[in-house]
Design a protein around this ligand. Structure first.
Ligand code: PLP
Length: 244
């Protein structure tokens, strides 16, 4: 496929996703400006990110540190004038905190105090070294399937983790993130997430973001208060490698 053909393909899928989002917002009585579209570019090349940037997107997400690091650098060479926001949405080992703090603007997958501590330290170091300019925005990832196997803190652990994050000066608590459990009803999961978000905001009014909804369930997420949908497949096509 030529770059022009790929560009046309991405433009078409972007228009379709925007239309789905607009419809979902209308159905929920919400304004489309309330829901951000985050493009999940994992497994796709930096050239695709560049085309999506040309088409007006300015926030991209990755789920593996090493893949992301290279893509962020490559994108910066392809589009030196663009300044997109990069999100980490995948499960993160503490030993990757240093590396992530050099490229991520937002980490959506914070699910333990130990990880939060490692990210706070890494962010402080990156700020000192001039490798980043701002504190790190973080979301608490919540597990909604009763286990923590696929990442995420249990709902009971959210208040303590949020407290800890809010006390650090290098992390900024921005809200919650979740993936709907496989096989379950996403509406039930997103409704639970919304209650967790509402309780969190009682104590942390700045934590307004609810990152919920993917290609298959974004309508349901928007109906339940999502402020950011993370869309991969519906924008970029099927992924050859399996990714969580
Ligand atoms: C891959 C991924 C997505 C995007 O999923 P699609 O079904 O391809 O839209 C969203 N969130 C997370 C955490 C992911 O890993």
């Amino acid at each position: 496929m030529t770059p022009d053909e790929r560009r046309a393909e991405l433009a078409e899928s972007l228009a379709e996703v925007r239309e789905r989002l607009a419809k979902a917002c209308r159905a929920a009585g919400r304004s489309p400006e309330e829901v951000e579209l985050l493009a999940v570019t994992k497994t796709f090349p930096a050239s695709d990110v560049a085309l999506l940037s040309d088409l007006g997107l300015s926030a991209f997400a990755e789920n593996r540190e090493q893949e992301a690091r290279g893509k962020v650098a490559e994108f910066a060479e392809l589009r030196p004038q663009a300044a997109p926001r990069w999100h980490m949405v995948g499960q993160l080992q503490r030993n990757k905190a240093r590396a992530v703090a050099r490229w991520a603007d937002v980490v959506e997958s914070v699910d333990s105090e130990r990880l939060a501590e490692a990210l706070a330290r890494a962010t402080a170091n990156a700020l000192d070294a001039g490798d980043r300019e701002h504190p790190l925005d973080v979301l608490v990832q919540v597990s909604l399937d009763g286990t923590t196997g696929r990442g995420g803190a249990t709902p009971d652990d959210v208040p303590r983790l949020a407290e800890m994050i809010a006390r650090t000066s290098d992390l900024r608590l921005r809200g919650v993130m979740a993936v709907a459990p496989l096989g379950g009803d996403p509406a039930v999961a997103f409704d639970t997430l919304l209650s967790i978000s509402e309780r969190l905001r009682d104590h942390h009014p700045e934590a307004v973001e609810v990152s919920a909804g993917m290609s298959g369930d974004l309508e349901s997420a928007v109906a339940h208060g999502s402020t950011r949908v993370r869309v991969g497949t519906a924008l970029l096509g099927g992924r050859r490698l399996t990714s969580p």
